[in-house]
Design a protein around this ligand. Structure first.
Ligand SMILES: [Zn+2]
Length: 83
């Protein structure tokens, strides 16, 4: 996945989603990052979570949230991006 900082992602996401509140999104991202650091696993398959998707949608891995197998061109928060 492509590493991105929380701040950069919030800016990017809020540009394409003007209705989103940056502070709330940031808070959810921080929670999702902490959950992932604490070993949170996907609700469906038990793999490690995708922090960005877990902040926006629900706690799951990239494949279960997006339905796509390849997340190599999608973002993940840099501090939990190890794959
Ligand atoms: Zn999954």
């Amino acid at each position: 996945m492509v590493p991105i900082s929380i701040d950069s992602y919030v800016n990017k996401h809020c540009k394409s989603n003007p209705g989103e509140e940056p502070n709330k999104l940031k808070k959810r991202l921080k929670e999702a990052v902490n959950n992932k650091k604490n070993g949170a696993s996907c609700f469906n398959c038990g793999q490690e979570t995708w922090a960005i998707g877990s902040a926006i949608a629900y706690q799951g891995c990239f494949s279960c949230i997006t339905g796509e197998a390849d997340g190599s061109e999608d973002y993940e928060i840099d501090e939990v991006c190890w794959s």
